[in-house]
Design a protein around this ligand. Structure first.
Ligand SMILES: Nc1ncnc2c1ncn2[C@@H]1O[C@H](COP(=O)(O)OP(=O)(O)O)[C@@H](O)[C@H]1O
Ligand SMILES: [Mg+2]
Length: 401
């Protein structure tokens, strides 16, 4: 069972919302309704979030992201549809039951840190526990622990205005973590931060997530952030979810021209990984090396390969070896067994426009790894604004799935 499920959620603001839902179900668009002064903020949204996943909702401003998020914790009542959290239908709970679920099981982290200026960092981090009625001593202990998790040990007795923006956002995160809620809803939580600090926060979230394995719904309007953080990404447009998939799915097989145009500036060579594009080792058998040796066994393939990489290596690192040799690059697992090969032609094919008809241009065929398919490393998706971003440091790949 999925941790969180949205089933055909609608939210309509304005007059006669139910009538509007019926019209939307009949195929009316947002614009038609707007003409009557009604806003269809979210239209027929369905998705499932698995335990331990970061599910990203990405879309331009006004696409309905915040409205969707507020329905997930019951702050907004859906006009139609259901939200299931651990199988429990939130839309069927009484206001009291809902408050209970919200204060114990779900935490929200906003874009603006919403810290209380006249409370210490510790008291701010303990706020959620205070709302739950946890006794002073225990809440101080848990808040101190949470501050340690976000790298703020030693700042407990400071005031919020003594902290930088990034640190304040960490306090917001600590507040969410202190409650032990295992569903975190994050609405543009890093969007107000400077780019470098923002990247730090993304790293920190991924790092924490490796240890804590929360279930996270993260909202952003930033594609790079979405690709960096999301195990799964839902792209929203005008109230509708137009595609749900991994970063790689969205990049390689966009559902429509809108998604394609969104991703056109992403540097595929830093987002796609060897594991995502590799072919079966069989494909390298029978090829001939420059010195005339025919590769007959997997061992031959390994020995002749110009480089041996792991599934999570970004393909940008395959160019040099592929340019040196016509023999395929070898992809191995932790036990150094051959799990795939990347021939030069395949490397070139995936960098072109998506072309499902062309032979060899559909990287999914050879795909073996789902979780490690996309490079979630520092700098991996930053190439649109920083073409010369440094190579990702070794070993920083986040185990998402
Ligand atoms: N309380 C409200 N009343 C009327 N319209 C609203 C309300 N909240 C949001 N909207 C409208 O719903 C649409 C989606 O808004 P929102 O969910 O905030 O989008 P996003 O978070 O993606 O920027 C927008 O057109 C917005 O103006
Ligand atoms: Mg919003």
């Amino acid at each position: 069972m999925s941790r969180l499920q949205a089933e055909h959620l609608y939210k309509v603001f304005g007059r006669r919302p139910n009538e509007a839902v019926a019209r939307l179900q009949d195929g009316a668009g947002r614009d038609e309704l707007r003409a009557d002064g009604t806003t269809a903020a979210v239209i027929d949204a369905s998705f499932a979030v698995e335990a331990g996943q970061i599910f990203v909702v990405m879309g331009l401003s006004g696409s309905g992201k915040s409205t969707l998020l507020r329905m997930l914790n019951g702050l907004l009542e859906p006009t139609a549809g259901r939200v299931l959290f651990d199988g429990q239908d939130l839309t069927a709970l009484s206001p009291r039951e809902l408050r209970q679920v919200r204060s114990h099981k779900i935490s929200m982290v906003f874009q603006h840190f919403a810290l209380f200026p006249h409370r210490s960092v510790l008291e701010n981090a303990a706020y959620g526990l205070e709302v739950q009625g946890v006794a002073r001593e225990e809440r101080d202990r848990r808040a101190t622990e949470a501050l340690g998790l976000v790298g703020l040990a030693g700042w407990e007795n400071s005031w919020p205005d003594e902290l930088s923006g990034g640190m304040q956002q960490r306090v917001g995160l600590a507040r969410a973590l202190a409650t032990d809620a295992d569903l975190l809803l994050m609405d543009e939580s890093f969007s107000a931060l400077d780019p470098l600090i923002r990247r730090d926060m993304q790293d920190q979230l991924l790092e924490l997530q490796k240890r804590l394995k929360k279930t996270i719904v993260f909202i952003t309007h930033d594609l790079n952030e979405a690709m960096r953080l999301g195990d799964s990404i839902a792209v929203m447009r005008d109230g509708r979810i137009v595609q749900i998939g991994t970063a790689e799915d969205i990049l390689v097989t966009p559902a429509n021209d809108y998604v394609a145009s969104f991703t056109q500036d992403v540097d595929r060579s830093r987002v796609l990984t060897a594991g995502a594009i590799m072919a079966d080792p069989q494909e390298a058998l029978g090829t001939t090396t420059p010195d005339g040796t025919v590769l007959r066994t997997e061992r031959d393939v390994l020995e002749a390969a110009p480089a041996t990489v792991t599934a999570d290596t970004p393909i940008v690192e395959l160019f040099t070896p592929c340019s040196r040799s016509g023999v395929a690059v070898a992809v191995t697992d932790e036990e150094d067994s051959l799990i795939g090969v990347v021939p030069r032609a395949r490397l070139l094919a995936v960098l072109g426009e998506p072309d499902p008809g062309a032979d060899g241009a559909a990287p999914q065929e050879g795909r073996k790894t789902a979780g490690a398919a996309v490079a979630k490393t520092s700098g991996a998706t930053e190439a649109t604004d920083a073409p010369d971003a440094p190579e990702a440091p070794e070993g920083k790949v986040i185990a998402g799935a």
